[in-house]
Design a protein around this ligand. Structure first.
Ligand code: ATP
Ligand code: MG
Length: 496
């Protein structure tokens, strides 16, 4: 061991049936450095860092913490040795409050009784440090994904970790929240804490990290010194090829006066007085901060939440979908933000998930046409480059990015007319992102319409024909393509 290494992973191998997730991967983390870990979806990033907590037991290899060798970890060993992980799919309990989640498994006690008041007080302090406004008493299930992630970060900080491992922490956050998270990272680095930072956003890697480790197909590729490396080289190392433009050009396919969906004075689910028109064949972007009411709005359109006032007109007729099922039958699809809760059935196969909305269509007298079913799934696998040994793989075992592709594939297969994408590329790698953008363009070219929620400014501006901005449940502005500008959108997003 070298003195300045706090954590070393040595020759880690992990096999699953039909997949070798990691092949002989080694890396070292220095004290007080921010080490970025990058690679395409399915490269093995999450699997690798999970060996540090015992969530994954390596087939072979060693974990060395501060000179102490382990063949595998357990959550308790990890905590004792100062390792904290914020997972990609967070492990919070939706029915407990923010404060209770913060002290999950380690509550503050007064004698033998759990001291709720003290935990709420500590939670308030921790949130204040992070500059976030969460009432410690709020149920975590009632918070947006963005806030839920913030609680995870606060939790790790409270544990006084020596190595903080973050698996795509910025993915669900807005620009402003990412900034405050970065500040926390800098602060921790100054205190000598080491950070392993996984992200698909290369600009973050460049801002934050000291060194970069690249994985590809479960193999260690290279370690780079961030300030001496170039982004083109990085992408080349990740994907094994160079990439063309991220935002492919698209022909305008909409006509100004052809409206597919119109909302008139719609209120409900936290939104007030929403008036908007979606033109057939356009990508309408919805911008705003986390909690602005965008997800809430599309939930009403999708029949997943109740509208209390106003009218929704879809293809010239008033609609009032009372359930997602009704919305789906009308031709409306939603790729949700929180895929673990709403997007896929984790316990069933890729093939079943993709065919889920269309089983009625491909069955006769309740007998599923298996050939058709497989064909549809196969096509989807090829078009979206879903990385899996077999279409029978259960979705839970896929990498985060590949799960997202399965959801998108499902709605493309269902042939929906209005597709609502809520943060569609969250956690998706550069190569796959480009594929999804290309696909969106194909969706549009085939006469369909997209409503796009994105907190990634580049994506929102790069893909949309028009952008409507929301703040605190109201529309605060609208921009045509010629007026797209990051600052203007941010201003509208923080207008009250
Ligand atoms: N429990 C499991 N059973 C079978 N295969 C698995 C399991 N967990 C992971 N894998 C496979 O291991 C590989 C690596 O997955 P991993 O989640 O580590 O990728 P990742 O780099 O984190 O990707 P992403 O950027 O999409 O999150 C993938 O091919 C995945 O399907
Ligand atoms: Mg991952």
């Amino acid at each position: 061991m070298k003195d300045d290494y706090i954590l070393e992973l040595q020759h880690i191998r992990k096999e699953y049936p039909g997949v070798v997730a990691l092949k002989d991967v080694s890396l070292e983390v220095k004290k007080g450095e921010i080490l970025a870990l990058i690679g395409e979806n399915g490269a093995g990033k999450s699997t690798l860092i999970k060996t540090c907590s015992g969530a994954v037991i390596p087939t072979s290899g060693k974990i060395v913490i501060n000179g102490k060798e382990f063949t595998h970890m357990s959550p308790q060993l990890a905590a004792e040795n100062g390792i904290a992980i914020i997972y990609q799919e967070f492990n919070n309990v939706k029915g407990l409050s923010a404060a209770e989640n913060l002290f999950l498994g380690n509550p503050i006690r007064k004698g033998i009784v759990v001291d709720k008041k003290a935990m709420e007080k500590e939670a308030e302090k921790a949130f204040a440090q992070l500059n976030i406004k969460i009432d410690p008493k709020t149920l975590v299930g009632d918070l947006t994904v963005g806030y839920q992630q913030m609680i995870e970060i606060a939790k790790a900080i409270l544990q006084d970790a020596k190595v903080l491992i973050m698996d795509e922490p910025s993915a669900p956050l807005t620009t402003a929240e990412v900034e405050s998270m970065f500040k926390v990272c800098e602060l921790l680095r100054q205190k000598g804490v080491s950070i392993i930072y996984i992200s698909h956003r290369l600009e973050e890697i460049y801002r934050l990290s000291d060194r970069i480790v690249v994985l590809r197909d479960g193999e260690y590729i290279k370690t780079l010194i961030t300030k001496d490396s170039h982004v083109d080289e990085l992408i080349q190392l990740m994907v094994g090829r160079s990439l063309s433009e991220t935002f492919p050009p698209r022909e305008e396919t909409y006509k100004k006066d052809e409206i597919i969906l119109e909302l008139q004075n719609v209120s409900g689910n936290g939104d007030r007085n929403i008036n908007l028109q979606v033109r057939k064949g356009e990508i309408l972007g919805l911008g705003g901060l986390v909690g602005a009411g965008r997800t809430e709005l599309v939930q009403m359109i999708f029949g997943a939440a109740k509208k209390t006032e106003g009218k929704m007109i879809f293809k010239g007729e008033e609609i009032n979908p009372k359930s997602p099922r009704e919305a789906i039958d009308l031709g409306i699809a939603l790729v949700p933000e929180d895929r673990k809760r709403h997007g896929v059935l984790l316990g069933i196969s890729i093939k079943n998930n993709i065919n889920m909305p269309i089983y009625k269509k491909i069955s006769r007298a309740s007998v599923i046409n298996n050939k058709k079913e497989l064909e549809i799934a196969k096509k989807c696998e090829e078009e979206l480059l879903i990385k899996t040994p077999t279409l029978h793989q259960i979705v839970k075992n896929l990498s985060g990015g590949n799960q997202q592709k399965v959801i998108i594939g499902k709605w493309l297969a269902a042939n929906s007319e209005l597709l609502i994408f809520d943060e569609p590329t969250r956690g998706i790698d550069v190569g796959a992102k480009a594929e999804i953008y290309k696909l969106m363009n194909e969706v549009i070219a085939s006469g369909k319409t997209i409503l796009l929620i994105s907190s990634e400014m580049e994506e929102l501006m790069g893909m949309s024909d028009r952008i409507i901005v929301l703040a605190e449940g109201r529309i605060t502005g609208e921009l045509g393509k010629e007026d797209f500008n990051q600052e203007t959108i941010m201003k509208m997003a923080s207008a009250v």
